[in-house]
Every structure is written in structure tokens, then in C-alpha cells.
Design a protein around this ligand. Structure first.
Ligand code: XIL
Length: 341
């Protein structure tokens, strides 16, 4: 009997994201699976700004301490996710008017958290999703008030408060050529301004066709050429239709009970399970080919039942994006990944 982490032990770390049920070890079956299969963990939600510093200067480490302790106890590579993001931000942050004050708040947020976990967290997603699809910088509260210096500051502060921790930039659609150019510019901006960046996290929120293997490969190669590690973070392959693909469609609650948008409410047909297994096999073959560049592959969630893709971008769907089913049993996708190794 083997496991994902053993199968790829000479290639890269195999990670998963933990939610509250797992962090507090309520979900014992999922926890058993996590210990057996994975050697890296990322907190799905508990380290985001709205939970870490819900009120200005008031930090809550309860859940995140449990998360980190679980990782240390099980000798896992522990990821902090994340320090700076426009989403799941505390409501008080965007009300700050003055740039100096906002910069001070950002500094204090990073200092307090990074210092708290100094020597315990192995890698930080310092900045998450700072780019638009066209490769320009997203007009978040941070960019609007501070310009691109917030990126350099964030990485420098993170390094200052834990000089040995790895520092990453993490984003989605990182295989899209325009966004990829923007990400490369972002890394160069950091490097040219003397900020340390150790790696790029390519969120793998992909589907059965896109991005193409070619686009993924080009992206891995171009990011690695910057002299940094490449990680596939947040990997999950949706098998459901994308509402944004519908002509003129608006993402709305109207889809909630739509058969077209929720085609497999009870089980995944074999034909689709086969396509999913093939897709996982293809991408893991590619990852293996480039294992000299890839340091970690992290799935976004432990099993299908707990995946965020059951609720996003439309609520109440039944999705099957991960290698483990709702009973924490390996699927054909799991077998096909193991076969690659
Ligand atoms: C998601 C979580 O999985 C959900 O539970 C939460 O409601 C929203 O955020 N990009 C990221 C992750 O960097 O933090 C997001 O996680 C998914 C998209």
C-alpha cells in the first residue's frame, strides 16, 4: 500500500488544505487520510486577515495555532496562507483613509503574525491575487492607497520578521499569457527592489480541458527561469459547467436548482470519472517531467465533499474535483496519479 506523499517523495511535496473540522480533529476519517497521504498543509481559511485580525490590533491565533501544531506534530511542511489579499479582508481595513496609516496597519499585521510563527511556518503566501487578468496590478485597497510599493514592503517585512521562512506570490489563472507576463514583472519588481521571493504559487483551479498542458508547461518553465521555485497550489479540477461560459449569462442564485449547472447531483458518471482520471494523469506526468522546478503540489481540500467547489461560483452543487470521494476513499483519479509516479 502506498500514498501520494511516498509516491512522489523524490519529486515534490504533496499538500492539502485543512478546514476547521480537520484542524480541530473533529473529522477523524479525513484526519487519518491527511496523515497518511500528505506531507504539507495549508489553512483553507483560518489565517486570512478577517480571521487573524478581525478588529484593528486584535489578533486571534486560536485556530491557526492549532493548525500549525498539527503540522509540526506530524512533521509536515506548513504553509501560511496568506498575509495580504483583497478578499476575506477584515471590514475595517478598507475604511482606512490615510496611506500612512494603512501602510502602518499592513506592517503591524505582517510583523505580528510572521513573528508569532517564526521558525514554525515553512513558507508564507505573502501576497495573494494581486494581478488582473491583463497582467496589470489589481486596484485593491492596498494598490489604490500605496501603489506598487506595498508589494515590496510586504515581502521585505515578512523577511525581516522571519529571515528563514520561504516567501511566495500566489495567484490563479497563472497560465494565461497576459497574466503570466504580469506575474513575471511582479517577481522582477520584487527582485530589483531587493525583496526576497522564493517561489511562485500557481493556483490549480483548473477544469478538464483548461489550461492546456502546453500552457501549463510554458508557465512552469518561465517562472522557474526567474530563479525561483514553482508550486502548484490549490489544485482541484472541476467537472461542472462554468456559468461564465454561458452566452450572456449572469452568475446568480437563479442557477441554484438548475440541472444544467448541477448535472451530477448523486454520483459522477463513469465517463466523466474517466476523463478526470486522465486529466490528473496528464498533469502529474507534466509535473514529474518538471520536478526539478516544482517543489510542491497542494490540493485544495481533502475530499470531494468538503471542496469549496460545491459552493462556488454557484451554491448547492455537487462537484467531484479531488482524488478522494465523500467517504475519504481514493477515486480512479487517485489511482491514475499514483501510476504516474
Ligand atoms: C476559498 C476557500 O476554499 C473557501 O472556503 C472560502 O469561502 C473562500 O476562499 N483562492 C485562494 C483561496 O487563494 O484562499 C480561496 O479559498 C480559493 C481561491
Amino acid at each position: 500500500e502506498t500514498s501520494l506523499k511516498e509516491a512522489f517523495q523524490n519529486e515534490f511535496l504533496i499538500g492539502t488544505a485543512l478546514n476547521e473540522n480537520q484542524i480541530f480533529e473533529i473529522d477523524s476519517l479525513a484526519i487519518k487520510l491527511v496523515k497518511k497521504e500528505f506531507n504539507s498543509i495549508t489553512p483553507e481559511n483560518c489565517m486570512k486577515w478577517m480571521f487573524m485580525e478581525p478588529e484593528k490590533g486584535k489578533f486571534d491565533f486560536d485556530t491557526s495555532d492549532r493548525f500549525v501544531a498539527f503540522g509540526k506534530k506530524n512533521k509536515m511542511f506548513v504553509i501560511g496562507h496568506n498575509l495580504v489579499w483583497h478578499s476575506q479582508l477584515a471590514a475595517w481595513v478598507p475604511t482606512i483613509e490615510s496611506p500612512e496609516e494603512l501602510s502602518g496597519n499592513l506592517h503591524n499585521h505582517i510583523k505580528t503574525i510572521v513573528e508569532h510563527y517564526k521558525g514554525k511556518i515553512d513558507g508564507w503566501d505573502v501576497v495573494n491575487e494581486a494581478l488582473n487578468e491583463d497582467g496589470t496590478l489589481r486596484n485593491s485597497i492596498f494598490y489604490e492607497k500605496l501603489g506598487d510599493r506595498y508589494l515590496v514592503d510586504a515581502f521585505k517585512w515578512a523577511q525581516e520578521y522571519d529571515p528563514n521562512v520561504e516567501l511566495y506570490y500566489n495567484d490563479y489563472n497563472m497560465c494565461n499569457p497576459e497574466k503570466r507576463s504580469g506575474a513575471i514583472e511582479l517577481v522582477k519588481l520584487l527582485q530589483q527592489n531587493g525583496a526576497k521571493i522564493d517561489g511562485i504559487g500557481m493556483q490549480g483551479h483548473w477544469n478538464l480541458e483548461e489550461p492546456s498542458l502546453k500552457e501549463i508547461e510554458t508557465s512552469i518553465e518561465e517562472y522557474a527561469a526567474l530563479g525561483i521555485k514553482v508550486m502548484i497550489t490549490e489544485l482541484d479540477i472541476t467537472v461542472l459547467p462554468n456559468p461564465w461560459d454561458l452566452e450572456g449569462a449572469e452568475v446568480s442564485q437563479n442557477y441554484e436548482n438548475s440541472a444544467a449547472m448541477n448535472p451530477y447531483p448523486n454520483e459522477l458518471p463513469d465517463s466523466v470519472a474517466l476523463r478526470l482520471a486522465k486529466r490528473y494523469s496528464d498533469i502529474f506526468q507534466l509535473f514529474k517531467k518538471h520536478s526539478d522546478k516544482i517543489s510542491r503540489v497542494t490540493f485544495w481540500g481533502v475530499n470531494d465533499g468538503q471542496s469549496w467547489l460545491n459552493g462556488w461560483p454557484i451554491k448547492g452543487r455537487t462537484n467531484y474535483p479531488l482524488p478522494f470521494n465523500r467517504n475519504n476513499r481514493p477515486k480512479s483519479a487517485y489511482d491514475s496519479i499514483i501510476q504516474v509516479s
